[in-house]
Ligand binder design. Structure first.
Ligand code: GAL
Length: 976
């Protein structure tokens, strides 16, 4: 396809009304909350944040969510083999998909679901299912959705965006196969334009999801698990991901923002695109504008480039994530007809072989984590607000970097990373430079290359070919593909060995990524002093949250940071290796959160991982305290483990035993006190290793004081609490938006008679909700097989989580928790008014009868039994209703079809609707006259369908009058 490059000149004209809502600056930059045991009541979770979860500003007003009212069927829907020649002939024609992809398929007994949807997380775990995928059966699933498009949409560019389908997928529109997806982590963008039907005619979308396909060795979910959008743009419009505006820092110290706008035209005439590009400061005020134009021929694309000059800017960094934005308007006759908004940040990033990552001129250690995308209760179907909350949990720990392992994340995750202040290693899923796979890498770079957060592209993770000639050739091609699209960010690969092979990929990447192999940092650096190095993955330590003793028989692992995979090391040992080496840019702990699947070092009955700094719910393990002490410089940190409830009545008592007590701080010294008595003061507490004390257990109050300059700057406290007497519910935020989308995680625990958190409680809890629904539950126990859906969950080592979504009523959401013998808890969450985002309306189902054969014109009324013989594809036309037979001589035509009524119609009977028949007509259903129309003028007609099984034969005899069009001029459909 021909592409044209035009340079816009920096002319400026009057303002135009943009299609986007006014931009209000983000309020996300709230200080990371204080945390940890030591909160007055012992709950190891932060106090609720104010207000509802913020919502990301709209960046593309041509998108509308298409997430309500999908029909879903779990399992394969076999496609019947065609039985005769004609059916075979027709089965391979456009629009004629069979089985569940067929327009007339009966999905009336399928479930109705809203997206995002992960069907695997609702499955019971099964020992026979795949261990790496969390023992959850996945298999095949089908989705269908009816879509009505207004006549006004005709001539516009229409797209469907599936942001992520796990794992492989085939998509049909109106019975035509329109897309295949080979990756569960790439968007599928379907050009609906040529297939679309308008007005009364409906459109059927069918998606077959093959989640038996695996792309990972972790839990990948199943289904339409990210957002789905209907996109409607003018015929001449800005392409999807068609705005590239990554700021460039020039040698003279000034900044400029090169803007490249990709346009395409699906119209019939050459269009003149008028473009206005504006640069807005963090408060949304325009600071520069430029305009230009390009002519785009029909079915062609064009590129327009321009420069925006920001002048002096505020720099973006993890500590100060200041975002500017570029808005590009496309104008037609002075009116804005298409718009995109892109948030950008001004920052310089360089990976230096001696100094590590240099961000805005300052050495900045990557204090990073690797993450997978799933969460308890919802699997991979993560609502935007939950994605934000997870990132806020990381931020609260002082984490400044995330590796999206091992795949592209949802776009919203990166938007939040820009706003919260994380630098991100974007990572490609499959190591393969063949065209289908290179397209996935290119899609990721094109979508994400404007993000301030993205600082590094990783083309693979741990590939056995990394030390071979072929591996080198593959990486060369993939690196080149990245640099064709993004000249600014370096390419890395996460290697686990083969670094010294004569041919290995470290020679062809910009930054060397070490997965583990920490003992090789120095040797590699000595051999390659000019190669920047980062740890792309490290640690792989194991902890069970709330457990302080390993019990192998029960598959429980102490969270004293003592156990790690043979290829990894403890949290502290790992960070020590990185922190002590300025030439190592930093590290990415495996992992920030536990995830479903990969329950290393165990297998069944463990079903989720032990690697997380936080558990599956985002509850902190000791590792959270350790990394907070390592990474936070903004506030004093002290962490103390274990809890102090070990009395006789709870478990085999510990009275008199010497217990191991661990404390870590970023201050200068730790003083440990038991019941007010100083046990020990450690003058120069080791910031990385912390300190282990031996303390004879006595019930009461254990306290660790963090000291700086002899003054107490922070304290962590545990008390020996009594038996649980009441449940407690603590929300993540003080309110929930009334948009029907906002969600939040509610922490469930129980308290003793004095209102203190009981860390040892493991009792079952039941929930009841009004004003919303529970979308998932969990407790972080990798060995708990209870369903993550429903309304029950047991506390695990004192904690459980319920994720609630409010409805759109605006009524307060009320969650009640009850457990035998305890006082119930009731949480009433205020609703903050917020309009729901627009959703494509749900259309009531109807069965369209679209495929007809039409006879030649006979002088006499033909016999209704007259039919083409099998294999005759030439003497009867193939026609679709809605188009009249051309005017000509008088006579009769027969229209014939067969259809199988939906189950409800077969059981109870239904109605056949002809929206318009031109000419007198007779309707013959299964050889019987079912309705008649005597008037020649076009009119609607209905006929009753008696109940009965199997396919029906329908013949419509239509009289043509001399010189007038005739036939089935409107759609034909069946309703129950
Ligand atoms: C790494 C791998 C990760 C995860 C981890 C567990 O080798 O990159 O995906 O499997 O091991 O330790």
């Amino acid at each position: 396809m021909k592409r044209r490059e035009l340079l816009l000149r920096g002319a400026s004209t009057g303002a135009v009304a943009t299609l986007l809502p006014a931009f209000s600056p983000s309020t996300l930059a709230a200080p990371a909350p204080a945390f940890g045991p030591g909160m007055a009541d012992g709950l190891p979770m932060p106090a609720p944040l104010p207000g509802p979860s913020p919502r990301l500003p709209e960046t593309d007003p041509s998108r509308t969510l298409l997430e309500r009212g999908w029909r879903f069927h779990e399992g394969e829907v076999p496609v019947p083999e065609p039985t005769d020649h004609n059916a075979t002939y027709l089965s391979v024609k456009a629009g004629n998909a069979r089985g569940a992809a067929a327009l007339a398929f009966d999905d009336s007994d399928w479930q109705t679901v809203d997206l995002p949807h992960d069907w695997a997380i609702a499955q019971d775990v099964s020992e026979n299912a795949n261990v790496s995928q969390g023992y959850r059966p996945r298999g095949i699933g089908w989705y269908r959705r009816l879509l009505r498009l207004d006549e006004s949409q005709k001539g516009r560019r229409l797209e469907l965006h599936f942001d992520g389908i796990a794992t492989h997928a085939t998509i049909w529109i109106n019975g035509s196969e329109v897309a295949h997806s080979w990756s569960g982590y790439s968007s599928v963008i379907v050009d609906l334009t040529p297939f679309a039907r308008f007005g009364d005619e409906v459109n059927w979308i069918a998606v077959r999801v093959d989640a038996a396909a695996r792309e990972g060795w972790w839990y990948e979910g199943a289904g339409l698990y990210r957002h789905v959008w209907l996109v409607s743009r003018p015929a001449l419009s800005i392409e999807t991901d068609g705005l590239y505006c990554d700021p460039v820092h020039q040698d003279d110290g000034t900044w400029h923002v090169p803007v490249e706008v990709s346009l395409s035209n699906v119209g019939e005439d050459t269009g003149q695109a008028e473009i206005a590009a504006r640069l807005l400061d963090p408060e949304g005020r325009e600071i520069h504008r430029t305009r230009g134009s390009a002519a785009v021929a029909p079915l062609e694309q064009a590129k327009v480039t321009a420069q925006l000059a920001p002048g002096a800017v505020k720099l973006w960094s993890p500590d100060s994530p200041v975002l500017y934005s570029v808005e590009v308007d496309l104008l037609h006759e002075g009116q804005v007809v298409d718009t995109r908004r892109q948030f950008i940040g001004f920052r310089t990033v360089r990976f230096d072989p001696a100094r590590g990552m240099v961000l805005n001129g300052v050495e900045t250690k990557l204090k990073g984590v690797c993450i997978h995308q799933d969460h308890t209760g919802v699997g991979t179907a993560i609502p935007d607000a939950l994605a934000l909350w997870r990132l806020q949990r990381l931020k609260a720990m002082g984490c400044n970097a995330i590796r999206m392992s091992h795949n592209a994340p949802a776009k919203e995750v990166l938007d939040w990373c820009d706003r919260l202040g994380f630098v991100v290693m974007g990572e490609n899923r499959l190591f393969n430079p063949a065209p289908d796979y290179l397209a996935q890498l290119e899609w990721m770079v094109r979508r994400d290359r404007n993000h301030a957060s993205i600082v590094l592209w990783s083309v693979f993770n741990e590939e056995p070919m990394q030390g071979t000639h072929a591996g080198v050739e593959m990486v060369r091609r993939m690196r080149k593909a990245v640099h064709r699209l993004d000249t600014q960010r370096p390419v890395t690969a996460a290697m686990n060995g083969s670094f010294y092979n004569p041919e290995n990929v470290s020679t062809v990447v910009d930054v060397m990524g070490f997965n583990y192999y920490q003992g090789d940092y120095d040797k590699f650096h000595a051999l390659h002093p000019d190669k920047p190095i980062t740890s792309s993955e490290d640690t792989s330590a194991y902890e069970t949250r709330g457990a302080f003793e390993s019990i192998p028989a029960q598959q429980v692992i102490t969270s004293f940071d003592k156990e790690a995979a043979s290829w990894g090391a403890t949290h502290r040992e790992t960070w020590k290796m990185i922190a002590e080496r300025p030439f190592v840019a930093g590290g990415f702990v495996w992992t920030g959160f536990d995830y479903h699947g990969e329950p290393t070092p165990y297998a069944w009955p463990s079903t989720s991982s032990f690697f997380g700094i936080m558990d599956l719910c985002g509850f902190p393990k000791t590792a959270f305290g350790i990394h907070s002490a390592h990474w936070r410089d903004d506030a004093p940190v002290i962490w103390l483990a274990p809890h102090w409830t070990w009395p006789e009545y709870e478990r085999p008592g510990r009275e008199g035993q010497t217990l191991e007590v661990f404390a870590i701080t970023n201050a200068e010294a730790i003083e440990l006190r038991l019941n007010g008595e100083v046990i020990e003061r450690v003058p120069a507490a080791h910031r990385i290793m912390g300190h282990t004390f031996q303390v004879p257990y006595r019930p009461g109050r254990i306290e660790a004081l963090a000291l700086r300059g002899g003054k107490v700057v922070a304290r962590a406290v545990h008390e020996t609490v009594g038996a649980p007497v009441a449940l407690r519910l603590t929300p993540a935020r003080q309110a929930l938006a009334s948009d029907g989308e906002d969600v939040q995680a509610i922490t469930v625990d129980c308290v003793d008679a004095r209102g203190r958190h009981v860390p040892t409680a493991n009792l079952p809890v039941e929930f009841a909700i009004s004003g919303g629904h529970i979308i998932g539950l969990g407790n972080g126990n990798p060995n708990d097989h209870a369903s993550e859906k429903g309304s029950k969950r047991a506390l695990f080592n004192g904690l459980a989580q319920v994720i609630v979504q409010g409805d759109a009523s605006g009524q307060r959401l009320t969650l009640e928790a009850s457990a035998g013998g305890l006082r119930s808890a009731r949480l009433s969450l205020a609703r903050a008014p917020r309009k729901p985002r627009a959703q494509v309306p749900v259309v009531p189902a109807e069965m369209a009868i679209t495929d007809w054969r039409r006879s030649a014109l006979f002088p006499q009324k033909p016999d209704p039994a007259l039919a083409p013989v099998d294999g005759d594809n030439n003497s009867w036309d193939f026609v679709r209703p809605g188009v009249a037979a051309p005017a000509g001589s008088a006579g009769w035509r027969s229209y014939r079809t067969r259809f199988t009524p939906w189950k409800k119609v077969a059981a109870e009977g239904g109605t056949l609707h002809f929206a318009g028949i031109a000419g007198a007509a007779e309707i013959w259903l299964d050889g019987k006259l079912a309705a008649r129309k005597t008037d020649a003028a076009p009119a609607a007609l209905t006929a009753a369908i008696p109940p009965g099984p199997g396919p029906r034969t329908l013949a419509v005899l239509v009289a043509a009058t001399e010189g007038n069009p005739s036939g089935l001029v409107g759609r034909v459909y069946v309703t129950p």
